[in-house]
Design a protein around this ligand. Structure first.
Ligand code: GLN
Length: 194
């Protein structure tokens, strides 16, 4: 199992660290050629407009769309934004998941917070998952082949899955809890291509 972390901007080092703790072969991906022998890729949090521009400049857009046909991609926060079909404004997007996203959805006053979420699909399912949100997006709609995985108490969706594609509004790489990274590795192993 070899997993890349897109290292153009954002907190790729933290994801790399989490993967290393799980004993997975991980690489920081800076050029499209490096995608070739990967089983999966993580697109980190950061600033989605910037990451999108850099993806475009380095020729990542079409290679990543092709990658998503057969292999897994997990986007956290800005990474999730980049996977969406639509974010309600003009910016470079991969459009590889059937989700619509609203950026910076928690407003200016409370744009960062942490909360515990019941996540029965994680192993082990207890304790509840402590999710860290930083100027986070929400997943407004989940259509087509995508399904909602996790919602806040008020019903707003903060994680979605579509085959081997995973989008989370929050940042598992910023906590010592490795269950979400393990869940992604399990998706890479078990899910058929979409
Ligand atoms: N607010 C950022 C954006 O819209 C995402 C924030 C993050 O990745 N923590 O791109």
């Amino acid at each position: 199992m070899k997993v890349g972390v897109l290292a153009l901007q954002g907190d790729f080092a933290e994801h790399y660290h989490s993967l290393s703790l799980l004993g997975v072969e991980a690489i920081e991906v800076r050029l499209p050629e490096q995608l070739e022998d990967l089983d999966g890729l993580i697109i980190p949090g950061g600033e989605s407009t910037t990451i999108g521009k850099l993806m475009d400049a380095y020729g990542f857009i079409e290679p990543l769309r092709a990658f998503a046909q057969t292999r897994g991609i997990w986007g956290t926060c800005a990474g999730a934004i980049l996977m969406a079909q639509d974010v309600g404004r003009e910016q470079v997007l991969l459009k590889i998941m059937d989700i619509r996203i609203a950026r910076n959805a928690f407003g200016r006053q409370i744009d960062s917070f942490e909360t515990d979420l019941a996540a029965p699909f994680l192993q082990p399912p207890e304790p509840p998952y402590h999710a860290v949100f930083i100027r986070a997006p929400i997943i407004q709609t989940v259509d087509g082949k995508a399904e909602a995985l996790l919602s806040l108490a008020d019903g707003r969706i903060v994680a979605a899955r579509q085959g081997k594609l995973l989008a989370t509004s929050f940042h598992p790489e910023l906590t010592p809890d490795l269950r979400f990274h393990r869940y992604f590795l399990e998706l890479l192993r078990s899910q058929p291509a979409i």
